[in-house]
Design a protein around this ligand. Structure first.
Ligand code: CP
Ligand code: NVA
Length: 307
């Protein structure tokens, strides 16, 4: 049975410890230009996209190359997926060629069906419901910033939409045990089932309506766009509904001294966050983006056993 990575819950806290240690090592080796590893030598990984991407596409393609493998990148619109070929067939066909499939699309149920019919790992590169590869890199970034303080003692704030990123942070808090305070406008809460299960697993998860309350004392303040991919038609309405949910310097001042600002990017400066916060010394947005590469290398090594 292959190990898939569709939600953050697909790995345990121990597995994450291992992956974060590997990420740290791979990052420091790459900084010394030691980044050619034969782990995926001679093997191909599929990368199928049905939504736009900059970071995910480039960081995964670099990661695969640096592990000695070959990335086959395909726009889902160009594949037979979009013409209705059964996923139960596609999963079995692709398993005969590839050693793994990284996929970004709308419906997560498609990944679940593919996984059921694949003998290779299926890796979620973002769906409407989750974005686990991003939160993997984000938690690593948080660890870099708290040095050796225990992760479980940290309070993370999520300000804004209860979207795929918020859902994934909820699962991360459930698996890794840190405190998470979310502030979402009414009507924009995270997925109810994901929220309820996370709170059941970790009573230090709380949902607020006030960004100031959620950010109070946080070690990291996190946000994302008001309108995710697929919600573009609601962009105007959301600007109005989220008008009190911008991350500003005043909000950052409520957080713990030295709190970091996090955003998965792409950002809309002046909407969910001010330019001042994005460009402040405590903004770790570009470290998060860089860490996608290192963390995904560690993830690929872990999910795809060497030959
Ligand atoms: N953060 C992230 O996934 O970025 P892309 O949409 O550019 O891949
Ligand atoms: N929530 C955003 C994340 C983009 C990386 C979206 O789904 O569009």
């Amino acid at each position: 049975m292959p190990k898939h990575y569709i939600t953050f819950r697909d790995l345990s806290a121990d597995e994450y410890s291992f992956i974060f240690e590997r990420t740290k090592k791979l990052k420091s080796e790459r900084a010394r230009n030691q980044y050619n590893r034969p782990h995926l030598a001679g093997r191909a990984i599929g990368m199928f996209f049905n939504k736009h991407s900059t970071r995910t596409r480039v960081s995964f393609e670099c990661a695969i190359n640096e592990l000695g493998g070959h990335a086959i990148v395909m726009n889902i619109q160009d594949s037979q997926f979009s013409r209705g070929e059964p996923l139960s067939h596609s999963g079995r066909v692709l398993s005969r060629y590839l050693s793994g499939l990284v996929i970004r699309t709308y419906e997560e149920s498609q990944l679940v069906t593919l996984a059921r019919h694949s003998t290779i790992p299926i890796i979620n590169a973002l769906t409407n419901e989750h974005h686990p590869c991003q939160v993997l890199a984000d938690i690593f970034t948080l660890l870099e910033n708290i040095n050796s303080e225990p992760l479980a003692k940290q309070l993370v704030a999520w300000i804004g939409d209860g979207n795929n990123m918020a859902n994934t942070w909820l699962e991360a808090a459930a698996v890794l045990g840190f405190k998470l305070h979310l502030a979402c406008p009414e009507g924009y809460d995270p997925d109810q089932a994901i929220l309820a299960r996370a709170i059941n697993d970790n009573p230090n998860i709380k949902l607020f309506r006030s960004p100031m309350e959620a950010a109070a004392g946080a070690r990291a303040v996190n946000t994302d766009v008001f309108a995710s991919m697929g919600h573009e038609a609601q962009a105007q309405k959301r600007l109005e509904d989220f008008k009190n949910f911008q991350v500003t310097s005043e909000l950052m001042a409520k957080a713990a001294p030295g709190a970091i600002f996090m955003h998965c990017l792409p950002a809309h400066p002046g909407e969910e966050v001010t330019e001042e916060v994005l460009e402040s010394p405590n903004s770790v947005i570009f470290d998060e983006a860089e860490n996608r590469l290192h963390a995904q290398k560690a993830l690929l090594e872990y999910l795809i056993p060497s030959l």
